[in-house]
Design a protein around this ligand. Structure first.
Ligand SMILES: [Zn+2]
Length: 72
C-alpha cells in the first residue's frame, strides 16, 4: 500500500515537473518575442515613440522617419 502511494507520488511529480518545465520554456520564449516587438524608442526630433524595427538609426539615435532625421 505504501509502495503504491510512493509510486503514485513519483509519477505525479514527474508529470507536474514535465508540464511546469514546458510552461516555463513557453513563457520565456513568449517574453523574448514580446520584448523584441515592444522595444520602443523616442524620436529625438518630434518625440513620437516608435518601435526599433520601424525606426531610422542615425548617429546612435532612432528617428521615426527620414523626415525627422533631416529636419532635426
Ligand atoms: Zn519624429
Amino acid at each position: 500500500m505504501i509502495f503504491k502511494i510512493i509510486v503514485f507520488g513519483v509519477v505525479a511529480y514527474l508529470v507536474y515537473a514535465f508540464f511546469f518545465k514546458k510552461n516555463r520554456e513557453k513563457n520565456v520564449k513568449d517574453n523574448n518575442g514580446e520584448y523584441l516587438e515592444d522595444t520602443m524608442v523616442e524620436c529625438p526630433s518630434c518625440g513620437t515613440y516608435i518601435s526599433k524595427d520601424e525606426a531610422v538609426l542615425s548617429n546612435g539615435k532612432y528617428f521615426c522617419s527620414q523626415k525627422c532625421l533631416t529636419h532635426k
